[in-house]
Design a protein. Sequence first.
Length: 259
Amino acid sequence: MKIKQYQVDAFATRVFEGNPAAVCPLENWLDDNLLQAIAAENNLSETAFFVRSAKGYNLRWFTPVNEVDLCGHATLAAAHVIFEFLSFTESVITFETRSGDLFVKKQGCLLQLDFPAYKLTACEIPETLVQALGVRPIEVLADDDYLAVFDSEATVRAITPNYALLNQLDLRGVIVTAPGNDVDFVSRFFAPKIGIPEDPVTGAAHCTLAPYWAAKLGKNTLHATQVSKRGGKLTCEVKKDRVLLSGSAVTFMEADIVF
């Protein structure tokens, strides 16, 4: 059997930056164990699979170790493949997912993701989190992940996490963030529990970050940079209970999976 696979650098303007994702268009769903095996073999932070549906496409995302409920950069990558390679002529793609209907709109060279906004609750600062990051945050909030807020971009860039300690935390991952020097805010994202020590650019994390910084800064349109080694830039717009994330994507590779 043979299926097509694309590797796309999302939230990138050229190859070798942004966040790489594998994308596999399917005629029908394969067995879940096979989907997970493909994602493990790719060993990227996410592999996206989709099939045609009545509304548009059913979309699923797998890390090397499990399926996840929401992934921004792999959604951007999947939309890029549909627009660039599958002769899709409409301006908006509807994806049916475990997080509800998601929408991707083509706007010139940019793709705009329409995602749900996440609500945060304040929490005590876990000492394990402080030990894992090596520096105490100003405040910590939580949803599916911890959001640790710091005073400066330099502090966020300098963090060298202890992944073994991060693995002991009760939530999925940790977002670290601070005001940016040249943008509204910067961030990094660590999720060793789901096979992603540090994610290069995390669309889903910005569903948490954008509402937080919009409230802090008193503005609904924000410019952000995820300051990982590869790095990536996003424009975020908060609209009530939705977050619009805009970025571009480039194709790194086309291949066939043979099994």
